[in-house]
Structures are given as structure tokens and as C-alpha cells.
Design a protein around this ligand. Structure first.
Ligand SMILES: Cc1cc2nc3c(=O)[nH]c(=O)nc-3n(C[C@H](O)[C@H](O)[C@H](O)COP(=O)(O)OP(=O)(O)OC[C@H]3O[C@@H](n4cnc5c(N)ncnc54)[C@H](O)[C@@H]3O)c2cc1C
Length: 476
């Protein structure tokens, strides 16, 4: 193939892998020599409040793995720290690259950053190319017949599915070891300390940080995928894939996992593909309805909801001390591991907004601080869904009863006991609402009484929504 450039710089961001990477694939096709780099972006790192941030350690560990894989073919990756607007043009000039290749970002910050970097590079006659990589279909690829974006999931999914079935996932089957990467040894590696961060408990939680282990995790899920639809709602059972952190940082490719579904015919794989399509759906929401990136509700009228925002309730929720074991165990899982099961995310989000009457944005921000798989689009979409203010959201009058959710999705209390050891002596009848039982069991004494009465709070939540709905009705 004719090469159009002498040397390219591939700037990795949330696509931290060597295989099936669109930017690497295109760079290797179009240029004689390929060099990789990653920038620890000061603008992003400076916003992280906790020096023990698992995501920074995760990125660092993954980069070390990429580096050792590149070292085995006598190459390396430049690791930089600073503002990409200066770091990328500086490195491109230094190594005399005539083109920079990236995979596209969709959040406001990333989109603006790339526009600026592109124009700085172009001034120096360096080309800038960007590609679709982190989604199956971008915001303008799945539209209604009238070329409008979708705000309801089912018709979006149907359109997405029929297109995907025709195009296939587009998996890029190349061997990165055959690419002509530049042979060099990078000058600098950054320790967590250099970046202003500390070691976390990452290595003690079950998150793969090496490309080979991640592939094994995919293989393991393949053996379970057929049961996904039946088991996905039970946090005590290994029913889901636990791949979200890898989807977030691109340590797997969305195409390789979509292929699993396209090649497996079962109700489980159909259901899992549905979740991958939800992921694309929320990505297209932030692109087509950018107001959600400004802290606004998708449905405009719900910006006027009058939440009570009681600080003591918020603290109890954050610390897993509300007296509702299913909520508290979930929040403790989040605090201890940076992960929370999807069913529990829905329960705690509903509880925060409709039982504790706290603004969903507070919860969104807390998840942003804590989740290792934090992704603006899925997180904002999930919170707006649970708080009934988003597109295709849970109807406002549907309010989860935390006790019933607990009995239904953790019937034996197995998950609760894992994260609330003070309740481990309780049986399955008493564990969901420990203080309701008259039987004296000293193990429950250190566990708080419920901070609210669900039936009272439910009524208040309905009134809060009705007030806004009535105003809207009067206006029409
Ligand atoms: C309030 C709330 C906040 C959330 N915040 C995030 C977030 O910050 N980052 C995030 O990746 N997911 C978020 N989700 C979606 C979902 O909870 C997680 O993706 C899922 O729990 C991850 O576990 P898993 O990889 O085992 O998922 P699986 O059930 O195995 O699903 C496979 C993949 O599909 C994607 N996915 C699954 N469910 C959703 C969904 N509802 N929306 C978008 N993508 C989905 C994820 O990439 C996931 O890895 C949120 C959900 C809610 C209700």
C-alpha cells in the first residue's frame, strides 16, 4: 500500500490497546513509521480531588503493560504530562511527525481540545486525522426517517440493530507486532507520585490490568453470556460481564465484544447486545442534545424540581449509613471498590432522588468522583433515567420501594452481608429491614435505624413532580 506520510504520531486517549485500534490501523496503513504517545492531561488530573484515584493508577498500569508489549518489539510509547495543546504539537515537531492520528472523543472538553490541537498542528503543516472507534455508531449515523436524532430507546435500538446486522462490527483484524513502529526507548516515565497521586487498592480488587488478562476476562464472559438475561439483576451472582472499566478506557474494543453477540444466538447475548446499544444511545444523546452536558435535565421542565437537598441525608447516603441495607451495601461497594452493580446503581439513584429528595446532580457528581468506569454519557444518562428527568426515563410516578427491591434482587441477603459485616448474623427474613424485627440480635445494634419512612417520602416526591407537571399543564 502507498504510504502518504513518513512518520505518524498516534495519540492514545481512551483507547488504551494495541489491537483493533482504528487510529493505529489507519496510521500503519498510511505512514511508513508509527510512534505512539499518551498525555496525562493536567486539565483533567487537576480536577480529581482524591489523590487515591483508582482510575489514574489503572491508566498508569495499563500504560506499563502497553510499554512492555512494545518493548518486546523494540519500540516504546511516549508518556507525557501537561496540557495536550502544547505537549502534542511539541512532540510531533520533536520527532518530525507529519501526521497525528487519534480516535474521536465525544464529550465537550475532548471535542474542543481536538479542534484546537488540530488547528495548531495544521499551522505547522502537520496533518490531524480522527476516527470513530469507541462506539459502534456515532451520533449522526442512527437517525429517524426524517433525519432527526432519537430520544426514545426502542426505535433507536431497532434501527441500530438492523444496521449492525448489515455492516457487521467492523473488527480490524491485524497483528500489531507486524506494524513498523519506530524503534526507540522513551526518555521519561511518570510515577503516580510525579503526577500528584498515590497508590490505591486497585491491585486487590478484581480488575484486570494486563491485555492478556483482559482477553481472558472476555473469554470467561463468553462462557456465561447465555445466562446473562436471567442473572444480570442479582448483584450477589456473577451474572454480568464486569467489562465497563475496559469499555471506558478502551482496553477492549467495542467491535470485538459486539462480535461476540453477533456470533452467538441466545436470549442472553441478545440482552447483552441491548446494553451495548444503550451505551451508544447515551453517547448519541450527548452529541445530539448537548444541553445535557451543561448540567441541565433532558426534559426542560424538570430543571425546576424543588429538591429538599438535606446535607445529613446526603452524607448518610454517601457513607452507606441510611439504615436501608440494600442501599448501604451498594454504596459501600462503590466506596471500597469503585464499582457498583447496575441494579444497585438504579436502586441507590432512585433512593437518593425520590426518597431522600436530593438533586440527582449531587449523585451524578459523587459517582463521577468514585466510579472506576465513570463515563459522562452513561452516568448522566443513568442518573437522568433514575430521577425521571431524562429521555426515555423511568416514569416520574414509578418509585422503587427499597425493601421490595432488596427482597427481590438479593433474596438471601448474600450481597448485603458481604459489604455490611455487622449484619452477617441476620437471617434472610430480617436482613432487609433489621430494626423492624422485634428479635434482639446484638449484631444489628451498630447498624443505623432507617433515616426516612419510604411511604412518607414517596408522597413528597410525587408532590414535587406534580407541582412542576401542573405548571407545565397550565402553560399549554
Ligand atoms: C445511575 C447510573 C449511573 C451509571 N453510570 C455509569 C458510568 O459512569 N459508566 C458506565 O459505563 N456505566 C454506567 N451505568 C450503566 C451500568 O450500570 C454499567 O455500565 C454496568 O453496571 C457496568 O457493569 P458491567 O460491565 O458488568 O455491565 P454489563 O451488564 O455486562 O453490560 C455490558 C456493557 O454495556 C454497557 N452498559 C451496560 N448498561 C448500560 C447502561 N445502562 N448505559 C450505558 N451503557 C451500559 C457498559 O459498557 C457495560 O460494560 C450507570 C447506570 C446507572 C443507573
Amino acid at each position: 500500500m502507498n504510504k502518504i506520510h513518513k512518520k505518524s504520531l498516534v495519540w492514545l486517549r481512551r483507547d488504551l490497546r494495541l489491537h483493533d485500534n482504528t487510529a493505529i490501523f489507519n496510521a500503519s496503513n498510511e505512514t511508513s513509521l508509527v510512534t505512539l504517545c499518551f498525555v496525562f492531561d493536567k486539565n483533567i488530573l487537576d480536577q480529581l480531588n482524591d489523590p487515591e484515584d483508582r482510575r489514574v493508577e489503572f491508566i498508569k498500569t495499563i500504560l506499563d503493560d502497553i510499554r512492555s508489549n512494545l518493548n518486546s518489539i523494540q519500540s516504546d510509547i511516549w508518556i507525557l504530562y501537561g496540557d495536550p495543546l502544547t505537549e502534542i504539537p511539541k512532540l510531533a515537531s520533536k520527532i518530525k511527525a507529519d501526521a497525528v492520528y487519534v480516535n474521536r472523543d465525544y464529550e465537550k472538553y475532548g471535542v474542543l481540545r481536538d479542534e484546537k490541537v488540530k488547528s495548531i498542528l495544521n499551522e505547522d503543516n502537520i496533518n490531524f486525522y480522527s476516527f470513530k472507534d469507541q462506539v459502534l455508531f456515532e451520533a449522526d449515523e442512527i437517525l429517524t426517517q426524517k433525519e432527526a436524532p432519537y430520544s426514545v430507546f426502542s426505535p433507536y435500538r431497532n434501527n441500530h440493530l438492523s444496521k449492525l446486522t448489515i455492516t457487521g462490527s467492523g473488527y480490524l483484524n491485524y497483528n500489531y507486532k507486524k506494524i513498523t513502529f519506530e524503534k526507540f526507548i522513551s526518555e521519561k516515565n511518570y510515577s503516580l507520585n510525579d503526577l500528584g497521586f498515590k497508590k490505591t487498592n486497585l491491585s486487590s480488587i478484581a480488575i484486570s490490568t494486563k491485555a492478556d488478562d483482559i482477553q481472558n476476562q472476555i473469554k470467561d464472559f463468553k462462557t456465561r453470556i447465555d445466562k446473562y438475561d436471567r442473572l444480570r439483576n442479582f448483584p450477589a451472582i456473577k451474572g454480568v460481564s464486569y467489562l465497563s472499566v475496559h469499555n471506558r478506557f478502551g482496553t477492549i474494543s467495542i467491535r470485538e465484544i459486539a462480535d461476540i453477540c453477533l456470533n452467538t444466538i441466545s436470549s442472553g447475548s441478545k440482552s447483552w447486545l441491548n446494553e451495548l446499544i444503550w451505551r451508544d444511545f447515551y453517547f448519541q444523546i450527548i452529541g445530539n442534545f448537548p444541553h445535557v452536558q451543561d448540567g441541565l435535565t433532558f426534559k426542560e421542565q424538570y430543571n425546576n424540581l424543588q429538591y429538599e437537598n438535606k446535607l445529613s441525608f446526603f452524607d448518610a447516603w454517601k457513607n452507606g449509613m441510611t439504615g436501608f441495607p440494600i442501599v448501604d451495601s451498594a454504596m459501600r461497594q462503590l466506596n471500597q471498590t469503585g464499582f457498583m452493580h447496575n441494579r444497585l446503581r438504579m436502586i441507590v439513584a432512585s433512593f437518593l432522588t425520590k426518597d431522600l429528595l436530593i438533586d440527582w446532580r449531587w449523585g451524578e457528581q459523587y459517582f463521577k468522583d468514585k466510579l472506576i468506569d465513570y463515563d459522562f454519557s452513561a452516568n448522566n444518562g443513568g442518573w437522568q433515567w433514575a430521577a425521571s428527568v431524562g429521555c426515555d426515563a423511568q416514569p416520574w410516578f414509578r418509585i422503587f420501594n427499597p425493601l421490595l427491591q432488596s427482597k427481590k434482587f438479593d433474596p438471601e441477603g448474600t450481597f448485603i452481608k458481604k459489604y455490611i459485616p455487622e449484619l452477617s448474623m441476620l437471617d434472610k427474613k430480617t436482613i432487609h429491614d433489621p430494626h423492624a424485627s422485634k428479635a434482639d440480635n446484638p449484631s444489628k445494634n451498630s447498624y443505623p435505624h432507617p433515616i426516612i419512612d419510604h411511604s412518607i417520602q414517596r408522597k413528597k416526591a410525587l408532590e414535587m413532580f406534580e407541582k412542576v407537571n401542573n405548571v407545565v399543564k397550565k402553560q399549554h
